[in-house]
Design a protein around this ligand. Structure first.
Ligand code: HAM
Length: 431
């Protein structure tokens, strides 16, 4: 026997059944995809699907070379037949914008786009943090806001409501201002942190000159006091940025969406400006952020397009679904409606024909394969979770009848003319 080969660390199989250390099933996931597809359509967003592999330069230019995502976590490799560097996408915004610019989609006016799919980051795996994970993201391109900023947040809140987890999520917001304001703040921050250099840890010392805002994100308890007293970006916001932020907050108030202002919310990707936000939960341990986003007004231009102010967000599907599974609600049907059983010469074929008829009428039918006693087949029918059993044995075959058994409800067992099969099951199902 050959040696078993295991999946790559931090990358999960999605199975029909729950696994010990990964509780999400494919049926649950699929139900979420259906919900998300309807939800995105209800807000007028069109789906976009881009390749999983892109030129590395796309992520370096958009997300930023100094970020953890690009600097440490990307799966990067050289294409074998030339010297092009390629990377598995670590997020969806850059690819989405690359496609929009490449295909000139903004020529027809602003675009509202959404996507879902796998993303790859070489992080240390733990519950809620994986190396292949999935995002659902939405991007509103060519809108100045702040109305669209509020709509984007309201849209995400709506999904939490639909999934029954709204009470377990807190909305944190901040404004990062524009480029000049951030530069002025950054200079003040570097000067401030520099004057406390001796108290900084190694990570923070490294970030001091590469990405000083990220120092404020440090989880090191010894640094909390220094971070708390650091200059706030809010103090450096000019009139236009303050007005934008105030307009955003007023819309949230008007929509009845509660938020916490967190002046230290900076996000881990470089492309943001003005409005940023995160939805966090206290139910998932360390991996608290379920969804994050914000404005990236300069990014499309940076990627070679005409200037187009834009905003978007992405949610981590695994995190979200772990939350929904334990605290929310998502209706889905994993079991078939009918288990089709048969016994004796010719009965399998007849059962298969009945199954086809039922499928054409919208029933999910699992057909028993192989020859076993009806008792053994009935056990399988129960184990499948099917609501009804359909039985074709010799009697049914010779009489042109079929036997139906209600496995979960009150209809009992009955033998009827095969012509009445569909209508009877429809009645049973709806009763
Ligand atoms: P992000 O904050 O890097 O933003 O990722 C968004 C979400 O993806 C996170 O809040 C988290 O739920 C999930 N996530 C990130 N890394 C992992 C991981 N290793 N395992 C499991 N889940 C993870 C972005 O990616 C931006 N593109 C969002 C955006 C769209 N901003 C504007 N438009």
């Amino acid at each position: 026997m050959g040696q078993k080969i295991q999946a790559v660390k931090g990358m999960n199989d999605l199975l029909p059944v729950e696994q010990k250390d990964f509780k999400l099933t494919a049926a649950f996931w699929q139900a979420f995809e259906d919900t998300v597809t309807r939800w995105a359509r209800s807000y007028g967003y069109n789906q976009i699907r881009t390749p999983i592999v892109e030129q590395t330069g796309l992520f370096v230019r958009s997300i930023g070379e100094e970020t953890d995502v690009v600097g440490k976590e990307m799966y990067t490799f050289a294409d074998s037949n030339d010297s092009l560097s390629l990377s598995l996408r670590p997020e969806g915004t850059a690819s989405c914008l690359r496609a929009v610019v490449e295909h000139n989609l903004l020529y027809n006016g602003p675009q509202k786009l959404w996507y879902m799919g796998p993303m790859f980051r070489r992080e240390r795996p733990q519950k809620g943090r994986y190396r292949q994970f999935h995002q659902v993201g939405a991007e509103a391109l060519g809108f100045e806001g702040p109305d669209i900023d509020a709509e984007i947040v309201a849209m995400s809140a709506d999904l939490w409501n639909e999934l029954g987890i709204r009470d377990h999520l807190v909305l944190e917001i901040n404004s990062l201002g524009n480029r000049e304001e951030r530069a002025a703040h950054r200079a003040a921050l570097v000067a401030y942190l520099g004057s406390h250099q001796d108290k900084l840890d190694e990570d923070s010392k490294r970030r001091l000159h590469t990405n000083p805002l990220r120092v404020l994100d440090s989880k090191n308890p010894d640094l909390q006091e220094i971070c708390n007293k650091a200059p706030h970006l809010t103090e450096y916001l000019g009139e236009a940025s303050r007005t934008h932020y105030a307009g955003f907050k007023a819309m949230l108030d008007g929509l009845g969406i509660a938020y916490v202002e967190n002046p230290r919310l900076v996000r881990g990707l470089d492309y943001y400006n003005q409005t940023v936000f995160e939805w966090t939960t206290d139910k998932l341990g360390a991996q608290a952020t379920v969804c994050g986003g914000g404005r990236y007004d300069g990014l499309i231009e940076e990627l070679g397009g005409k200037p187009a102010p834009s905003i978007g967000f992405a949610m981590g599907v695994e995190r979200l679904l772990l939350l929904v599974r334990d605290y929310g609600s998502l209706a889905y049907q994993a079991a078939p409606d009918v288990y089709a059983m048969h016994q004796g010469e010719g009965a399998a074929l007849q059962a298969m024909k009945h199954a086809q008829t039922l499928r054409a009428a919208g029933f999910d039918v699992l057909q028993h394969a192989g020859s076993q006693s009806l008792k053994a087949q009935m056990k399988k029918a129960d184990a499948s979770g099917a609501r009804f059993a359909l039985i074709v044995a010799q009697n049914e075959l010779s009489d042109g009848t079929v036997t139906l058994k209600d496995l979960q409800g009150t209809h009992g067992q009955t033998t009827l003319d095969a012509a009445l099969l569909t209508s009877t099951l429809q009645q049973w199902k709806n009763a």
